[in-house]
Design a protein around this ligand. Sequence first.
Ligand SMILES: Nc1nc2c(ncn2[C@@H]2O[C@H](COP(=O)(O)OP(=O)(O)OP(=O)(O)O)[C@@H](O)[C@H]2O)c(=O)[nH]1
Ligand SMILES: [Mg+2]
Length: 216
Amino acid sequence: MDEPKAVGRTAGEIEAARKLFAGRCDFIAGAASLDSLIPIGLPEVAFAGRSNVGKSSLVNALTGRRTLARTSSSPGHTRQINFFNLADRLLLVDLPGYGFAQVSRSMKETWQDLASAYLRGRPTLKRVCLLIDSRHGVKESDRETMKNLDAAAVSYQLVLTKTDHLKPAEIPRAVAAAEAVARRHGAAHPEALPTSSETGFGLPELRAEILAVATG
Ligand SMILES: Nc1nc2c(ncn2[C@@H]2O[C@H](COP(=O)(O)OP(=O)(O)OP(=O)(O)O)[C@@H](O)[C@H]2O)c(=O)[nH]1
Ligand SMILES: [Mg+2]
């Protein structure tokens, strides 16, 4: 049976993940080109999505650090692939965003090509968290990324960000809309997870999901 796991993780799984993410986490390398990627090693979980969606903020919030990954209110901040070693168990990978950025077209293409090449060709990549702004939903550029991940058979999950901007009743609607899109994509996990790096909402569940896929 390869039915998807039911929504929700056990208290034991949540606690194991809490402990892991409360442990050591170090920035180990930033790669600005494919030849400077670190060698294949630990399992990896990557954070992808449009510029400014909150990828770097989520890496910080998950690990309980404020400044591990650099964040910015102006889009296009992260321009290399940043690797963080979580307790020698797995690597968290913060990618440059796609969509828009206030930089020249050629520069943008350079790091967006880098992110897509990484996503297509990394054998240790266990899961991509594809971040979607909960206020805006899945955009055309996200659908492109989803198609590319489907074609490369890379497992991914939609993670809604910034739910602190929504009214509580709007959160389930945003999740349902994202899950409806996910169901039409072969490599997408059927469940979308709502989060807020600001309030910590949804982070215990996302930590448990990451632990399960990276070490399962
Ligand atoms: N209210 C709120 N703001 C958030 C949240 N997550 C991120 N932000 C804000 O969104 C902006 C962008 O955050 P980043 O984490 O730098 O976004 P990014 O996806 O890494 O962006 P790039 O590196 O440019 O691709 C910053 O101003 C963050 O403070 C959240 O959960 N809630
Ligand atoms: Mg960033």
